[in-house]
Design a protein around this ligand. Structure first.
Ligand code: COA
Length: 260
């Protein structure tokens, strides 16, 4: 499948999804949102892909937000639909995916760009990256899950400060707040993301998927995360991977997981 707004690259079991609208600082227009859904759906369903690194084309931006030029056409109803469709097909879709997704934040991650990074399971930022939710400067609030995920990651006080002031923060500040897992030199950004992902890819894939499900359950209304954990724990006993993991431990060798 070829895309107008994305580049897809493979490096062994890692799939890169690169947002490629460099002249618009990789802003998320409707077409890019639709392509992101297709690309992630394909990656999650492709057995050759173990995990995904999401980044932006060029040195300047990861994603500088939703495409503001498309906002001129919107009204109350279509604005709500834009947020609902984006959340379900891309942001929630990534967060609830069965494979690990790492955001490699190579530059500006603003508005929908920071929201996209926050929907990923792990974030690595270049020290030169700037992050923020500037929607209130336009007369909006974050609409792709930012009010919820930023609060989960940094706490209510810092989230409200960032959202209400609209200030951008540096990668060092983002690291200090727990918004990104690592802040590294721009030259080391992709290798750090790959290092983390390659380590995850040595582990049992179904257990990784179960862990994503259980951790996410704790943030969902009306879902008992502890109960989800118990269910997922039980399901792992039906996998060949668990038998392999136990056998490898007892035989003092490295496990070879097949995701079965
Ligand atoms: N939507 C649509 N276009 C965008 C965009 C966005 N979110 N962010 C940047 N662009 C476009 C600019 O309009 C410009 O296009 P042009 O060359 O056709 O005029 C191009 O990308 C380069 O951006 P520019 O503003 O010239 O770069 P800069 O270095 O002066 O400023 C930013 C960089 C990120 C500070 C600035 O682009 C910005 O504030 N962007 C909007 C951020 C935002 O509010 N995002 C939340 C949206 S809800």
């Amino acid at each position: 499948m070829s895309f107008q707004n994305l580049l897809i690259e493979h490096k062994e079991r890692i799939q890169y999804i690169i947002i490629n609208r460099e002249s618009k600082l990789n802003a998320l227009n409707k077409a890019t949102i639709a392509e992101l859904h297709t690309a992630f759906n394909e990656a999650f369903n492709n057995p050759a892909v173990g995990g995904i690194i999401l980044t932006g084309a060029g040195p300047k931006a990861f994603v500088a937000g939703a495409d503001i030029a498309e906002f001129t056409e919107l009204n109350g109803e279509s604005g709500r639909e834009l947020a609902r469709l984006g959340q379900s097909t891309v942001f929630d879709f990534i967060e609830n995916g069965s494979k690990p997704v790492i955001a490699a934040i190579n530059g500006f991650a603003l508005g929908g760009g920071l929201e996209l990074a926050m929907a990923c399971h792990i974030r690595v930022a270049a020290e030169t990256a700037k992050m923020g939710l500037p929607e209130v400067t336009l007369g909006l609030l974050p609409g792709y899950g930012g009010t919820q995920r930023l609060t989960q990651l940094v706490g209510k006080g810092k989230a409200l400060e960032m959202i209400m002031t609209a200030d951008m923060i540096t990668a060092a500040e983002a690291y200090q707040y727990g918004l990104v897992n690592y802040a590294v030199s721009p030259a080391d950004l992709l290798s750090k993301a790959e290092e983390i992902l390659n380590k995850i890819l040595l582990r049992a894939p179904l257990a990784i998927a179960a862990a994503i499900t259980a951790v996410n359950a704790g943030t969902k209304d009306g879902v008992n995360g502890f109960e989800t954990e118990i269910e997922e724990f039980g399901k792992c006993f039906k996998t060949k991977d668990l038998q392999e993991g136990i056998a490898a431990f007892l035989q003092k060798r490295k496990p070879e997981f097949k995701g079965e």
